[in-house]
Design a protein around this ligand. Structure first.
Ligand code: GDP
Ligand code: MG
Length: 176
């Protein structure tokens, strides 16, 4: 059977969360299947990567935007959120402040994003077991409170990285 593939249908997907949580590393791992150690904080501007994910034999095209540098609240513009169909919201399991800030990010998202935006909460750096300060259970509880799906990921080992983007693509496909 021929695959149905709408070349025009690009789903804008954005990565948000505090600086240092691993947004750029997650995208690099998803795109290139590798971990490049060191911070990407020197990157200027906002860049995107197009990726095609296959869901139930259908191709879902994601245009994944990475916020670079200025991740402080309010610096991510209204327009950036407005066009987004999906959003991966990251904290770092070794950073309490990045987890505590998730509520503020969600407030901002609910203010600026489309009402039906697909949201996935990710606890990144799951490989850093010795430095963990946020329990998986804490992530799950917060996700339940906001009715969003949740996973722990590692941009370093790649654990759950494909799964997270595929889950987002699946949800987008079901809503289409
Ligand atoms: P961003 O500011 O959210 O884009 O975060 P970066 O991708 O620049 O990552 C910040 C720092 O955390 C860098 O030193 C990365 O190498 C590191 N990092 C990112 N993801 C992981 C991960 O899953 N595991 C580990 N151990 N380090 C990570
Ligand atoms: Mg970055």
């Amino acid at each position: 059977a021929a695959l149905s593939y709408d070349e025009e249908l690009l789903h804008k997907t954005i990565l948000v969360g505090d600086s240092g949580v691993g947004k750029t590393s997650l995208l690099v791992q998803f795109d290139q299947g590798k971990f490049i150690p060191g911070s990407f904080s020197a990157t200027v501007g906002i860049g995107f990567t197009n990726k095609v994910v296959t869901v139930d034999n259908l191709k879902v095209k994601l245009q994944i935007w990475d916020t670079a540098g200025q991740e402080r609240f309010r610096s991510v513009t209204h327009a950036y959120y407005r066009d987004a169909q999906a959003l991966l919201l990251l904290y770092d399991i070794t950073s309490k402040s990045s987890f505590d800030n998730i509520r503020a990010w969600l407030t901002e998202i609910h203010e600026y994003a489309q009402r039906d935006v697909v949201i996935m909460l990710l606890g990144n750096k799951a490989d850093m077991a010795n430095d963990r300060v946020i329990k998986r259970d804490d992530g799950e509880k917060l996700a339940r409170e906001y009715s969003v799906p949740f996973m722990e990921t590692s941009a370093k080992t790649g654990v759950n990285v494909d799964l997270a983007f595929t889950a987002v693509a699946k949800e987008l496909k079901h809503r289409a």
